[in-house]
Every structure is written in structure tokens, then in C-alpha cells.
Design a protein around this ligand. Structure first.
Ligand SMILES: [Zn+2]
Length: 256
């Protein structure tokens, strides 16, 4: 167990599991001085204590990453366009949001089929790049908790490799539930801690990397957290690598 960090850096999750609120958790694994717990009730795996906003802001300012983003731009663009076929039934002629949009490549790709494409990201550098590169689309530089996006404003929300990074899961889910129109869909990807291809020692898994990744889902816990916020599971896409790719739907009439 690490010594307690400064008080302002801790989100008080010791009050309970971020998914189900249960107070019964057991040690799961320790990595680089960070302790993961597993909820005994819902089996969710999460960092305890959870890093606070100050700690994460410092981390992402340090990492930057725009050079890597540019270097991978061509392959990312190709992959984004390959995904369009999958999204077509849910995003064609619709209003779409990409949360954690980075430099905007997926927004640009979805913008080819959507009525309106909006990207949101907390990184100023990424949003500046996106605005300069894809001027036809709207980009918002903000924390999801602080945006003024109207309720029920999107038919399709793309949230790829983002949910494992958020230190306030309830607020993130409330945001998704608020901006998704009844009948709309949310597409989520995140590492899969329940995947058969995981190494026997989870600490050897390359994405088991706190404090960038703060929590880990399997198909069951991801479905549970969406169900708690009114969504129904529509489908899971197969992935040979340890990743979840799932689609959720907000029922007509809303589930909130
Ligand atoms: Zn739980």
C-alpha cells in the first residue's frame, strides 16, 4: 500500500465501488505502486484510491503525444474509414459525437456519412490540431463534465479507448446518458480484462498501466455499467486481441 497522497489528489472512492457502490472489495493487483481492487459484488476492477483531477491533468500535459499522433496519422485514417461500414446503420445522416476525439481523425471519417460531426477532447494541443486539419467539423476543448452540449443532442456517440481513463465513472456515464437521444447508440471500445488471450499474470498485460488506465472492464461489467444508466446492450463485436468493442442503445423514451 502506498503512503496516502495529498488529500486534493484523491477522489473518495473508498466510499464504494465506482460501478455498483458496494463496500466489499478485495486486492486485485499492484502495478508500479498503484493498487487495484476488485469488487466482490460486481467483479469490477478499479484503482483504489483513484487518482484525482490534478494528478491526471499533470500526466496528460506531460505525455503530449502529438508527434506520435502525426506519425500514425495515415494508419489511423485508414482504420477510421474501415470502421465506417460498421457505423453506417447508426450514424448515416445522423448527429454524431466523438468523445476523446484526439486530433479529429474519426470525426472527419464519421463526418463523411453524418449530418453533423462534433469532437470533444480535454487536450488543447489535440483540439488545435483537429480544428486546423478538419475545419468543416466542430471541435470542443473541454472536460466532459463541463461542456454545455444540449441534452439528447446526438444519435451516435463514439467513445473509443476513453472509459478506462476516466476517474469519475458515474459522471462519465451520466454525460453519455444525457447527450444520447432516445433511440440513439453509443459505441465503446476498451481493454477486455476477461479476454482469453490475457497473459496469466495480469501485470504482464501491456495496457495494465496505471495511472493512464484506471479501471478495467469485461463484457459483463461494461454491460452492467451501461444498464445502470438506462442503456441496453445491442451487440458485441468480436476482437481477437484483448479488447471490447460494444454497442449500446438508449431506448425510445429514454432509460434515465
Ligand atoms: Zn461493484
Amino acid at each position: 500500500m502506498r503512503s496516502a497522497p495529498a488529500e486534493s489528489r484523491i477522489v473518495p472512492f473508498r466510499a464504494g465501488c465506482p460501478l455498483c457502490g458496494s463496500h466489499k472489495a478485495e486486492p486485485f493487483a499492484e502495478q508500479d505502486g498503484y493498487d487495484f481492487a476488485r469488487c466482490r459484488q460486481c467483479r469490477f476492477v478499479y484503482l483504489d484510491p483513484m487518482p484525482g483531477d490534478d494528478q491526471l491533468a499533470a500526466l496528460y500535459n506531460e505525455v503530449g503525444g502529438s508527434d506520435t499522433y502525426l506519425a500514425k496519422r495515415r494508419s489511423r485514417t485508414r482504420r477510421a474509414h474501415l470502421k465506417l461500414l460498421r457505423f453506417l446503420p447508426y450514424a448515416f445522416a445522423k448527429d454524431i459525437l466523438d468523445i476523446g476525439c484526439g486530433g479529429g481523425i474519426m470525426v472527419s471519417a464519421l463526418g463523411r456519412i453524418a449530418r453533423r460531426a462534433v469532437g470533444i477532447d480535454i487536450s488543447e494541443g489535440a483540439i488545435a490540431f483537429a480544428r486546423a486539419t478538419f475545419p468543416r467539423h466542430a471541435f470542443v476543448c473541454a472536460d466532459y463534465r463541463e461542456t454545455d452540449l444540449a441534452p439528447d443532442s446526438f444519435d451516435f456517440v463514439h467513445a473509443s479507448e476513453i472509459i478506462e481513463h476516466v476517474n469519475d465513472l458515474g459522471a462519465f456515464m451520466a454525460f453519455l446518458a444525457r447527450v444520447t437521444r432516445p433511440g440513439g447508440h453509443v459505441y465503446v471500445t476498451t481493454p477486455d480484462i476477461g479476454h482469453e488471450a490475457l497473459p496469466p499474470d495480469v501485470r504482464q498485460w501491456d495496457v495494465f498501466s496505471p495511472p493512464r488506465h484506471l479501471q478495467f472492464f469485461d463484457q459483463d461489467t461494461l454491460s452492467q455499467v451501461f444498464a445502470r444508466h438506462g442503456f441496453v446492450t445491442r451487440r458485441r463485436y468480436r476482437d481477437r486481441k484483448p479488447g471490447l468493442q460494444m454497442l449500446f442503445r438508449m431506448p425510445q423514451g429514454g432509460g434515465r
